[in-house]
Write a protein that binds this ligand. Structure first.
Ligand code: TZP
Ligand code: MG
Length: 211
């Protein structure tokens, strides 16, 4: 899969007066290099509409589009992949439905889950929530930067840190060993989405390989 470092997830509750497609375009202009549609409240036809619009947008910027939960919508709009939680369908079933070339990402909260995801053929894992977050319901207790250290030391597939990451604490996340970060509220809830993304890109620069 194409490498990525700044992962932006949709969160419409954080920008009630702005359109989600416009917000994600600002994120792309600021340097987000992978986008996830995460919509836990809309009815399916509305999720599909947003997925179609985001597909068009992400093709224009040549970045991957990942759909949270809805494998059928991911396939229907030709998204690059899906993101699954521990309680969603199994990795095996997801791979069967998505085919060998699509991206499958899985949220993990513990090194055993990270190992299982890697062994099961996930393309990347989410590592979090690092800090407390208001963006996810029934979320587990923060795993802290200690979990990043464990994953960085052992897991060889790409991992992305998530949960409560802000411009003011991202340095802790990066110095613990993460090279990819993922945010909802700090990006989409910002007054200036493009600028926040550019600032994250600057923070990430020293942690990225030169090639
Ligand atoms: N998975 C773990 S934490 C989280 C998800 C989807 C929410 C991240 O949102 P925020 O606003 O960046 O804390
Ligand atoms: Mg899910």
């Amino acid at each position: 899969m194409k490498n990525f470092h700044l992962y932006a997830i949709t969160g419409e509750e954080f920008h009630p007066r702005k359109d989600v497609i416009d917000v994600m375009e600002e994120a792309l202009q600021g340097g987000a290099d992978i986008i996830q549609l995460r919509d836990k409240t809309s009815k399916k036809p509305d999720v599909l509409k947003k997925a179609l619009a985001l597909r068009e947008l992400t093709l224009k910027y040549d970045v991957p589009l990942i759909i949270n939960d809805h494998i059928d919508i991911a396939l229907q709009v030709g998204a690059d992949g899906v993101h699954l939680g521990q309680d969603d369908l199994s990795l095996e079933e997801a791979r069967r439905l998505m085919g060998p070339d699509k991206i499958i990402g899985i949220s993990t909260h513990h090194i055993q889950e990270a190992r299982a995801a890697q062994e099961g053929g996930a393309d990347y894992i989410g590592v979090g929530p690092i800090f407390p977050t208001k963006s996810k319901k029934d979320v587990v207790a923060p795993v802290t930067t200690n979990y990043i250290k464990e994953v960085a030391a052992e897991i060889t597939i790409p991992f992305v840190a998530i949960g409560g990451i802000k411009l003011h604490n991202v340095d802790e996340v990066l110095s613990a060993g993460a090279t990819r970060v993922c945010m909802i509220s700090e990006i989409v809830g910002s007054e200036n989405v493009q600028q926040v993304c550019s600032q994250f890109r600057e923070k990430l620069k020293p942690y990225q390989p030169v090639n």
